[in-house]
Ligand binder design. Structure first.
Ligand code: BV8
Length: 235
């Protein structure tokens, strides 16, 4: 059986990573346009770099939770194709799968980029980046290039879309975990999975506005709802 799982900020919430649209969310202190758009970066690179530096530093204080680990345990045993697409830019899935190596049919895609990577604005080269990034951080890849976070901002094209769409066209089970369905194209993945005839399941703290698009809903904190649901699957 081919599985596609989409995760959002809700799967990392219980690890202490703030979600985007909760009252204490990340963006409460900032308008989206100011920190998560190319225009915001061009207007005030220092503000944007500081926003991402704070989030990159915070990764040292958080750890994968039982939901991340349950997905890693399943990936180690899954016999078919298993694509895990995350909208999250934290490295909690990466760490969970590093601790429990996945079977060969598994792939993890960060469709909105990664906090622990940087990108040269001229060459497009992507490289690991664990420390702070200055507003005028020179690129090691191009004499006239600067470094920017390897993050997909609003108005930019998400990563690996062709690969994701191919997997959705052939999936038998689509599970959406901890995402409000507020951001496209990720919010449209359930439609592609339904068109492929897949069983579709939403796992979230509470029903989202798109709950009606799913065959089933499993509601509660991800650290409880995700392990419980994955236990019902036969790898
Ligand atoms: C694109 C990186 C073209 C930045 C992010 C009008 C209509 C349709 C689309 C648009 C439109 N106007 C503009 C657009 C396009 C736009 C868009 O969707 N805008 C929205 C605001 C309307 N999209 C884009 O620009 C995208 N690019 O469209 O390019 C294209 C299209 C197709 C193919 C090729 C090209 C690029 C979007 C990427 C933006 N970057 N992240 C950063 O991280 O700083 S998006 C950002 O939002 C994060 O990635 C985040 O993951 C994502 C979605 O948010 P969620 O993860 O869902 O988080 P949220 O807080 O909203 O929800 C948390 C959920 O968890 C809640 O449901 C909550 O109940 C639940 N929860 C909380 N605690 C728990 C829990 N669940 C379980 N357990 C818990 N404990």
């Amino acid at each position: 059986m081919n599985l596609v799982v989409l995760t959002g900020a809700g799967i990392s919430a219980e690890s202490g990573v703030p979600t985007f649209r909760a009252s204490d969310g990340l963006w409460c202190g900032h308008r989206i346009e100011d920190v998560a758009t190319p225009e915001g970066y061009a207007a005030d690179p220092a503000l944007v770099q500081d926003f991402y530096n704070r989030r990159r530093r915070q990764l040292a204080e958080v750890r994968p939770n039982a939901a991340h680990r349950a997905l890693a345990d399943l990936a180690a045993r899954w016999a078919g194709d298993f694509l895990l697409v995350t909208q999250n830019v934290d490295d909690l899935h990466d760490r969970a799968h590093a601790d429990t190596p996945p079977a060969e049919g598994f792939e993890l895609i960060h469709m909105h980029g990664e906090l622990l990577k940087g990108r040269c604005t001229r060459s497009g080269a992507v490289m690991d980046w664990t420390g702070d990034m200055a507003a005028d951080q020179a690129s090691p890849h191009h004499p006239q290039g600067w470094m920017r976070p390897h993050i997909v901002w609003f108005g930019e094209t998400p990563l690996e879309m062709a690969r994701i769409e191919r997997a959705l066209a052939h999936c038998d089970l689509f599970v959406s975990i901890g995402t409000s369905g507020a951001v496209y194209p990720a919010a449209g993945f359930v439609d592609l999975a339904r068109r492929a005839g897949a069983r579709t399941v939403e796992i979230n703290l509470e029903p989202t506005a798109d709950a009606r698009l799913f065959d089933e809903g499993v509601y509660g904190p991800a650290t409880q709802a995700v392990p419980a649901f994955l236990d019902t699957l036969t790898p």
